[in-house]
Design a protein around this ligand. Structure first.
Ligand SMILES: [Zn+2]
Length: 131
């Protein structure tokens, strides 16, 4: 949670969330490069598989090769967007849940690749109109 100039907790601004989302997408791709396989239903499986959130965590932190049971808790502190953004399921199943829960939903239920999830988390900004 961010704090304002008076030290009170405040919600992040839209720009801060967008910045967060771009960093999160980059972390997913970075982490996915460490483990070539995707795990479903667990953050990490064996030595070579991670889910999208597991990959994001590994994109930010060094974790042991044998990572089964590792919980990516610090991610929530790093990325306000995980809890502070509600996303609608792009597959049209009418879910509207936090970004973190949606990433797990896309990973586990729709079995999107981590790369596809990263691209969805932070879509490219539309090209600036030619002047
Ligand atoms: Zn869905």
């Amino acid at each position: 949670m961010k704090t304002g100039s008076d030290g009170a907790p405040r919600y992040p601004t839209r720009d801060e969330l967008r910045h967060d989302e771009a960093e999160l997408a980059a972390a997913i791709l970075e982490g996915a490069a460490h483990r070539p396989q995707q795990s479903i239903g667990t953050y990490y499986e064996g030595l070579h598989a991670s889910c999208a959130l597991g990959a994001a965590y590994e994109g930010m932190y060094r974790i042991p090769a044998q990572a089964e049971g590792v919980q990516p808790r610090e991610l929530w502190r790093l990325f306000d967007c995980l809890e502070n953004t509600l996303r609608r399921c792009p597959e049209g199943c009418r879910k509207r849940i936090s970004l973190a829960a949606m990433i797990l939903h896309l990973n586990d239920d729709h079995q999107w690749t981590r790369e596809r999830i990263a691209a969805w988390v932070a879509p490219e900004p539309p090209p600036a109109p030619a002047s």
